[in-house]
Design a binder for this molecule. Structure first.
Ligand SMILES: Cc1cc2nc3c(=O)[nH]c(=O)nc-3n(C[C@H](O)[C@H](O)[C@H](O)COP(=O)(O)OP(=O)(O)OC[C@H]3O[C@@H](n4cnc5c(N)ncnc54)[C@H](O)[C@@H]3O)c2cc1C
Length: 297
């Protein structure tokens, strides 16, 4: 067997449509052969490694609205698909209203990579390890999708079907993710465990968000999202429901972290064992919830 130690990109045709309608039409004409791309930090690596071999790459970075980063005090944040992560981190509005999203973006690889990588690309790649997905989930993100027949909106919570698998059909282009206004008085944290501090995918990632909610017995609502511990980014709803109904104490936080670990279905891979991952979910969930609780108090 010959091992190619210097793999290169296979040939492909670069396509740059002028409009979203043209882009969707082209993608529909070549299902399985044409794919949209943004920063290219996932897709080119997968092509180089021979995992996918599209004949056409459709650049959707300049299309209508995909470069917008817009905060509306009555509606929330609309993050265009082509907005790179450094722009998200630098945005005053994101820092003021969604610091958790900026924190998640900051955990991704390096400054250089983040000048290309986008939040929407992170989502569409549908890796359970995607670092920015948790923040978008706990803020109840909604995807704006351009399809051949028009536009649709889809809650992010319903988007993931498996590793690399989403509800997207040929011709679908995600143009933006919308985050509704953050809950009043919320606090969040993202804890990422990698093999090193820089430029590694998460072995486990825990996103936690909490806010006062007088309608609940505990008086607080906590949201959790877990990365790298299931075939899709995971929301452990049992842990969330438990905390909604119990007084928030160190003991109930520990129990919620236990419920989060129980909800996981991690795998063994070269970065860590399933058992280790589960234990780390327990530890990091307890730490994340405690940190959020301290901020809320
Ligand atoms: C060295 C290195 C380090 C990395 N470190 C991290 C890390 O720490 N954390 C992390 O989460 N990720 C990491 N990644 C993965 C990658 O950078 C991120 O997932 C990034 O957010 C992908 O965004 P992109 O814009 O480059 O996506 P692209 O590569 O352009 O696209 C990703 C996928 O989404 C599809 N797609 C793109 N745009 C659209 C659209 N508008 N509509 C529908 N489908 C679309 C593409 O067809 C492709 O399948 C790393 C990658 C590299 C190379």
């Amino acid at each position: 067997m010959t091992i190619n130690t210097h793999p290169t990109l296979p040939e492909f045709e670069y396509v740059r449509p002028e409009t979203l309608a043209e882009a969707s039409e082209f993608l529909t004409r070549y299902p399985g052969e044409a794919r949209p791309f943004l920063g290219g930090t996932d897709i080119f690596v997968r092509m180089r490694d021979g995992l996918i071999t599209p004949n056409f790459l459709v650049d959707v970075k300049k299309l209508d609205g995909t470069n917008d980063l817009r905060f509306e005090p009555q509606a929330g944040l609309t993050l265009g698909a082509a907005v790179n992560m450094n722009r998200v981190i630098a945005s005053r509005e994101v820092q003021a209203h969604y610091p958790l999203l900026a924190e998640a973006c900051r955990s991704v690889a390096s400054y250089q990579l983040r000048t290309r990588a986008t939040v929407v690309g992170n989502i569409c790649n549908a890796s359970p390890a995607g670092d920015t997905i948790g923040a978008c989930l706990v803020f109840n993100g909604v995807l704006h999708i351009h399809e051949v027949n028009g536009l649709r909106q889809e809650p992010l919570a319903e988007f993931f079907l498996g590793p690399g698998k989403t509800t997207l059909k040929p011709g679908d282009i995600v143009t933006a993710i919308h985050l509704p206004l953050p809950p009043k008085g919320c606090a969040g944290v993202y804890l990422k465990l990698g093999r090193n501090k820089l430029s590694d995918l998460s072995l486990v990632g825990v996103t936690a968000l909490g806010h006062p909610d007088p309608s609940l017995p505990s008086g607080y609502r906590f949201r959790l999202a877990l990365a790298s511990v299931a075939p899709v980014p995971l929301v452990p709803t049992q842990a969330e429901t438990y905390l909604a109904n119990q007084p928030i104490t160190p003991e109930t936080i520990r129990e919620a972290a236990h419920l989060a670990a129980e909800a996981c279905a991690p795998i063994d891979d070269l970065r860590g064992s399933a058992r280790y991952r589960k234990e780390m979910v327990r530890n990091l969930s307890a730490k994340a919830l405690s940190e959020v609780w301290e901020k809320l108090k």
